[in-house]
Ligand binder design. Structure first.
Ligand SMILES: Cc1cc2nc3c(=O)[nH]c(=O)nc-3n(C[C@H](O)[C@H](O)[C@H](O)COP(=O)(O)OP(=O)(O)OC[C@H]3O[C@@H](n4cnc5c(N)ncnc54)[C@H](O)[C@@H]3O)c2cc1C
Length: 395
């Protein structure tokens, strides 16, 4: 068994680290690179610095590395997308988003030449960003129950209804939107995906702030007309495209660097902070908790490598990804809980508060990690996947 990267992959990591070093010298670096930032960096960082950084990634050829050459990619193995994401996540930088991931790859695979010509170059140049409009007030885990109404009209579709939890809707140019086009079909077979400009006058975006400070949105659509050519692939095949996303994102979704960083930060605090004249590490109960966390971080690393080992074989790591997502997000919560328990009064202080330990990182983490176990499939849904696909247990 060998967990090491190849020489070429190591060279790539070195190259990305040098790129990051240069970028850190620029104005706005403290906005772009913020390892203490708990909420998803892609949605939280101010739009202008994030976009400038994405442009630099584009210039370096880091966007769409695994895309076919025909569409501006480099046909590199997906592992390079993973390595890039891991390095960026480790330094708290925004990562290339859904555009080069599931959206770009679905356009390549299923869309007309017109849509390919319009969207793919803009994605590779980091000219546009997307919001993902799947969840609705009555359709989250059971996404196939979505109700957003799309009625057939001459030359296109008229869309009316509501989406919720749409991250990025407050800055994205395009909405990747799932709606019900076949109300009389079985629920999985009556969904289509549309590409809709976010500046359509029929779209209203209302902010929703989560307890972890992840900015997401409610989106209301009134008589939004979408021409036929902006339907993704075929009408009523949307569910297939939605389900393929894990295949397209199998290399990029699951980073481990932020978890390792947090553990190192906690370890440093335990080694240096004092209580009642003793450093925290001298208390046996603190030491025990830290050892447990150290072992859990190693477990998470191995589980993440299992995801990669399946992805590298060009297979979809659905069970492995579910196990890693469940374990690592629960571990983030456990780590934040442990920090709250052992850091004392100042550990509870908000990041804007005077005297907050580690700039309030742990209090933010305590709130922020709750959200991690909900987005991209809740813990219960991950357990369902494991039950059904790996253990043949009833749901
Ligand atoms: C910060 C954040 C950002 C998000 N960004 C986006 C986005 O950009 N675009 C988008 O479309 N969505 C987004 N989401 C939505 C996210 O995908 C949903 O919140 C998630 O899928 C859960 O759906 P729900 O909130 O409707 O909860 P529900 O599905 O109503 O679940 C409620 C509870 O019931 C449990 N449950 C549900 N079904 C089952 C079952 N079959 N078995 C066992 N337990 C079950 C769940 O685990 C959960 O505990 C975001 C969510 C968050 C929190």
């Amino acid at each position: 068994m060998n967990f090491d990267f190849s020489q070429e992959e190591e060279d790539f990591i070195k190259e990305v680290r040098n790129f990051i070093k240069e970028e850190k010298l620029k104005d706005n670096a403290e906005i772009v690179f913020a390892p203490n930032r708990e909420a998803d960096a892609t949605t939280k960082v101010d739009s202008a610095p994030r976009r400038a950084f994405m442009k630099e990634l584009a210039k370096k050829g880091y966007l769409g590395m695994s895309w076919p050459k025909k569409y501006g990619g480099q046909e590199k193995d997906g592992i390079y997308d993973y390595l890039l994401n891991e390095e960026l996540a480790t330094v708290g930088a925004p990562a290339p988003g859904k555009g080069v991931g599931s959206i770009g790859q679905t356009i390549i695979r299923h869309c007309s030449e017109k849509l390919k010509k319009e969207f793919l170059p803009q994605i590779l140049n980091a000219d546009i960003e997307f919001a993902l409009g799947y969840s609705e007030p009555g359709a989250g885990s059971d996404l196939a129950s979505l109700k957003l109404k799309a009625e057939k009209k001459e030359g296109g579709w008229l869309i009316n209804g509501q989406k919720t939890w749409t991250s990025s809707a407050h800055f994205a140019e395009w909405y990747w939107l799932a709606a019900r086009t076949g109300p009389d079909q079985p629920k999985h077979k009556g969904i289509s995906v549309f590409l809709v400009p976010m500046d359509d006058p029929g779209i209203e975006v209302h902010p929703i702030e989560t307890m972890g400070e992840h900015h997401t949105n409610g989106v209301f659509l009134t008589d939004v007309f979408v021409p036929d050519e902006y339907v993704v692939g075929e009408v009523n095949k949307g569910w297939i495209y939605i389900c393929e996303a894990l295949n397209y994102e199998r290399f990029t979704f699951y980073t481990i660097g932020p978890l390792e960083n947090k553990f190192e930060n906690l370890l440093e605090l335990v080694n240096n902070l004092k209580r009642d004249g003793k450093t925290l590490k001298e208390f046996p109960e603190v030491k025990n908790k830290i050892i447990e966390l150290a072992i859990d971080v190693e477990k998470a690393k191995v589980l993440q490598r299992k995801v990669l080992s399946v992805a590298i074989k060009d297979e979809v790591p659905s069970v492995e990804a579910a196990i890693f997502k469940l374990f690592s997000t629960q571990l983030s919560q456990k780590m934040a809980n442990t920090a709250m328990d052992i850091l004392g009064r100042e550990g509870l202080f908000h990041k804007d508060g005077k005297d907050a330990i580690a700039e309030g990182k742990w209090e933010w983490s305590y709130r922020g990690t709750v959200v991690d176990t909900i987005g991209a499939g809740t813990s219960e849904i991950q357990k369902n996947t494991i039950a059904k696909k790996a253990l043949e247990l009833p749901l």
